[in-house]
Ligand binder design. Structure first.
Ligand code: HPA
Ligand code: ZN
Length: 326
């Protein structure tokens, strides 16, 4: 069996995915049209051509601009449903996905419009496609603490629908410590916590995410390799890292997939996983991410299987659910 067929066939789970990052240009044009919103590009091809990034910020600017055309509950439903049907074709059976409420509430879209649209699609995904899910509400770290507190307040009526809070957007200059109190309150309210750390930011931000935000999983975490003590700690804890190879390549976190740290991390016994981050912008969903590193790093089927198994281990499925799916 070819490595392609092996990757396609194995049931997978995705743990680092921003639903706003699955907004494919074709759907963006369709939704913009029905909402009578303008996109500053004349065609799908022109838009796709703008997807060339030198760093995280250049991507974020375009990603937030794209999200501006999402207005109604139906829009959020359609966005999420398109993602689920896409990954269903790729044999993804469980997803733990982020949404960024502030990207929408700051434009006057009500919190409940956003979450209800996403949630109904996820429920349909469960009943019609057999994809189980968890939802993670991510705070935008370039905004202030007060805005994050306000968002947490808005989420409380939907507590049962949200498993965890996260932290994303512009990393450098916005350390985890900025959100220590919001995360403490989130934990008090019963949420798990995760955070993007060590994508562009230093290893120090990973320490902060562990010690101050009490995270149960690190999103990205590439830069942990700069700090041997930190690696020891992460190995000891078997703390999951959600790596995103094609995202790293497109945002110039790595210059070539051949330099991607995932193989070295596996050797060090870190609990690493493969994810797609923002597939509509980075040129690949789950299979393309696995295939990218498999080829660049010459991974064996056994190593791929280990990565897939790691993702189930790192997921928030119950032990019984994990056993049924591994
Ligand atoms: N990093 C930070 N913020 C994000 C990302 C990312 O990779 N994707 C979407 N928002
Ligand atoms: Zn991300």
């Amino acid at each position: 069996k070819s490595i392609e067929k092996f990757i396609e066939g194995i049931p997978k789970t995705e743990l680092h995915l921003h639903i706003e990052g699955t907004f494919e240009p074709e759907l963006m044009f369709e939704i913009a049209k029905r909402n009578q919103k303008k996109i500053p590009y004349n065609s799908v091809a022109e838009l796709k051509n703008a997807y060339k990034f030198n760093n995280l910020q250049e991507f974020l600017d375009i990603y937030y601009a794209g999200a501006n055309v999402l207005i109604t509950e139906q829009d959020f439903y359609d966005l999420t449903w398109a993602y689920l049907t896409k990954v269903h074709e790729q044999n993804v059976v469980h997803v733990e996905i982020f949404f960024d409420p502030q990207t929408h509430t700051d434009r006057g879209i009500p919190f409940d419009t956003v979450i209800k649209g996403i949630r109904s699609a996820l429920e349909d995904g469960k009943s019609k496609l057999g994809i189980t899910y968890k939802l993670i509400m991510s705070f935008l770290r370039h905004l202030d603490e007060a805005s994050a507190f306000k968002t947490l307040e808005q989420a409380l009526p939907y507590k049962d629908w949200i498993s965890a809070v996260g932290l994303d957007s512009s990393e450098v200059g916005n350390p985890p410590s900025k959100f220590e109190r919001v995360f403490a309150k989130s934990i008090e309210e019963g949420f798990l916590t995760v955070a993007h750390a060590g994508e562009e930011g230093p290893a120090e931000y990973i320490w902060e995410a562990l010690d101050l935000l009490k995270i149960v999983r690190i999103d990205h975490g590439n830069r942990c390799l700069d700090d041997a003590k930190l690696v020891d700690r992460l190995v000891d804890l078997q703390m999951p890292l959600t790596l995103c190879p094609l995202s790293n390549l497109e945002l110039k976190v790595v210059q070539d997939l051949k330099e991607h740290p995932i193989a070295e991390m596996m050797k060090k016994n870190l609990l690493v996983t493969v994810n797609s981050d923002d597939p509509a912008y980075f040129g690949g969903y789950m299979n393309e991410n696995y295939l990218g590193i498999a080829k660049a790093l010459d991974l064996s089927k056994e190593q791929i299987a280990t990565l897939v198994k790691n993702s189930f281990t790192a997921s928030w499925l119950t032990d019984q659910e994990k056993e049924m799916r591994i």
